[in-house]
Design a protein around this ligand. Structure first.
Ligand code: MG
Length: 158
């Protein structure tokens, strides 16, 4: 078994929505990012890389590399996940937390869970989506940014 954790932040600006866990979330904000800025998938990708002992998302997909401008984070996650599968791992479970005042995660929770499970070839029950505000404190509380944390357990296939 291998354990990994990931953390990511993106700044927010006025906009029409943002991707979260591969699900489009309509709201009055957008992320400032080199890629599509899916903070939840970035944290998850980093957690998988951590479990594999293969560095971090910035090493795999440098944000100064024009190939990754506007990149779909689902594609980046899939590339890393393929490495995990190649190395003989499957998902034990993933526990993901969105930290921010916006957007409201609750109504999309099941869609995000399904999206992440599909990306990892896992059952819905292997993926847990949590959300918290920071009680209006700090940069997430002021809606200046959004953050996410991820923990994953990878298990060697028998
Ligand atoms: Mg990021």
């Amino acid at each position: 078994m291998r354990i990994g954790q990931g953390f990511d932040v993106h700044a927010l600006k006025a906009g029409e929505g943002l991707p979260l866990g591969g699900v489009w979330m309509p709201c009055d904000y957008a992320v400032i990012a080199h890629s599509d800025g899916d903070v939840l998938l970035h944290a998850l990708t980093d957690a998988i890389l951590g479990a594999l002992g293969e560095g971090d998302i910035g090493q795999w997909f440098p944000d100064n590399d024009p190939r990754f401008a506007g990149a779909d984070s689902k594609v980046l996650l899939t590339e890393v996940w393929e490495r995990a599968v190649e190395r003989g791992f499957e998902l034990g479970n993933a526990d993901l937390t969105v930290i921010g005042q916006v957007p409201k995660v609750g109504p999309a929770r099941e869609a995000i869970q399904a999206s992440v499970a599909t990306l990892l070839g896992a059952e819905h029950a292997q993926v847990n989506i949590k959300a918290t505000t920071t009680e209006k404190l700090g940069f997430t509380g002021r809606k200046e940014g959004i953050a996410a944390q991820a923990a994953v357990l990878l298990v060697k296939r028998p």
